[in-house]
Ligand binder design. Structure first.
Ligand code: ACO
Length: 386
């Protein structure tokens, strides 16, 4: 039983933070960041922006492209490691989209591999039967967890959301025949093209979990970091979402002492900042990503030469280049938007896909090799045809 990608969309916050902006708050330079990572700008959530709003906007665009009503969505998968609701953001997205049939909606947490895991889950649901239109959203706001005093990590991340609609095309169109006579043709010409999915999750290796993690700071250090972080980002983002950090700080003051007296376990806010061993993560990505793509291709019975586009999690341009060299994919077939957005975690693949589709780079019938990799450690790949 096959499934197809029939629409995509994306949304990014309005606040743009350049390398030069970051050079004002940490000891770095535009040259260092762009040479080592390929990143020049990133978008950061601020003001009234919320991750849920971005996710809804991206999902709406994907539905519009696919010409599918929110009412026809059977499942919403929100792939994120930074949900605004501890218990999951997918139900709120489903409600905001106005899905009247009240479809199943849940979150998937797998850091930068989240979106590929979401695709796999969507395909499994469709293949299992009973699901015809599955929205897969990748969205993250790692800016909320970045230590803005750590030049080794704060230069890397940005916030964004991307979405695709995965469809059981045969069954859905059969059903549509009975309820209507269809709609105008899709402007992106993707609706009627067959697409086959070959998905693989390579592995999950927790022995390396400490290479990227949220770490716990001693209370005094934590308070100092909150203070510095709040000042910096309030200046940069004009009094924005890190107001929440200030509130957390106040909450800490209010609850922290009681908690420790009563011996409560660490509170949510003890997860302060992202800590990463960049060099080891780099080595892991360059080793594992080509392997997983090669085995996905083998499973699909496709030669490497059949790849039209290499669409990797946008972590670092040097990782993209190294993986492409290993797979013998020429640079002009590597999709990259790192320069504008940095590493947007679970959003990076659908965001880059959406830009490539809307700019006309990715055309109907093209074969795309996608791979996600990141904290966990997790990694996985999917070969699909647009
Ligand atoms: N500006 C200037 N100098 C810097 C900066 C900076 N922003 N960051 C580090 N440096 C310095 C270091 O202090 C070090 O100085 P020293 O030699 O005096 O000690 C020097 O530059 C080299 O530092 P390295 O960490 O060795 O730099 P490296 O070349 O490894 O680049 C980087 C660091 C960009 C983080 C790289 O390792 C990388 O991109 N790794 C992959 C990260 C990644 O892809 N993560 C994806 C997963 S994220 C997730 O899943 C949530």
């Amino acid at each position: 039983k096959g499934c197809k990608l029939v629409g995509c969309g994306s949304a990014t916050p309005t606040l743009k933070v350049s390398n030069d902006d970051l050079a004002k708050i940490v000891d770095t330079s535009d040259e260092w960041i762009s040479v080592r990572t390929g990143i020049r700008n990133r978008r950061v959530l601020s003001g009234k922006d919320s991750l849920t709003t971005l996710a809804v906007e991206a999902a709406r665009k994907a539905l519009e492209m696919a010409q599918v009503d929110p009412d026809d969505v059977d499942l919403v998968l929100m792939c994120t490691s930074t949900p605004e609701d501890l218990f999951g953001s997918a139900p709120q997205i489903q409600k905001a989209l106005g899905c009247k049939r009240n479809p199943l909606a849940y979150d998937i947490t797998a850091a930068c591999s989240g979106f590929v895991l979401g695709l796999v889950s969507a395909a499994c649901h469709i293949r299992g039967g009973g699901f015809q239109n599955v929205l897969v959203i990748g969205a993250d706001a790692l800016s909320r967890y970045v230590d803005w005093t750590d030049r080794g990590t704060c230069i890397l991340f940005g916030d964004a959301a991307g979405a695709v609609l995965v469809q059981d095309l045969l069954e859905y169109n059969f059903y549509k025949l009975f309820v209507s006579f269809g709609r105008a043709s899709c402007p992106f010409n993707c609706r009627f093209y067959t697409l086959s999915f070959i998905l693989e999750i390579s592995a999950l290796d927790a022995t390396f979990a400490k290479l990227i993690q949220l770490f716990t700071l001693p209370a005094t250090v934590k308070k100092m970091v909150y203070l510095v972080l709040t000042c910096i980002v309030m200046v940069m983002a004009k009094g924005t979402h890190l107001n929440a950090t200030m509130k957390e700080n106040e909450m800490d003051k209010a609850l922290g002492s009681n908690g420790s007296v009563l011996g409560f376990p660490p509170r949510r806010s003890s997860y302060s900042c992202i800590q990463m061993n960049g060099k080891e993560v780099f080595r892991f990505a360059v080793r594992c990503v080509p392997q997983t793509i090669e085995s996905s291709l083998e499973k699909a019975g496709l030669p490497g030469s059949s790849i039209d586009w290499l669409l990797l999690h946008q972590a670092n341009q040097r990782i993209l280049d190294a993986v492409a060299t290993r797979l013998e994919v020429p640079p002009e077939q590597v999709i990259s938007n790192l320069a504008n957005y940095g590493n947007t975690s679970a959003a990076s693949i659908p965001l880059a896909l959406d830009e490539a589709v809307r700019s006309g780079k990715v055309k109907a019938g093209h074969t795309i090799a996608a791979a996600g990799f990141g904290a966990g450690l997790t990694w996985g790949s999917a070969i699909f045809r647009w």
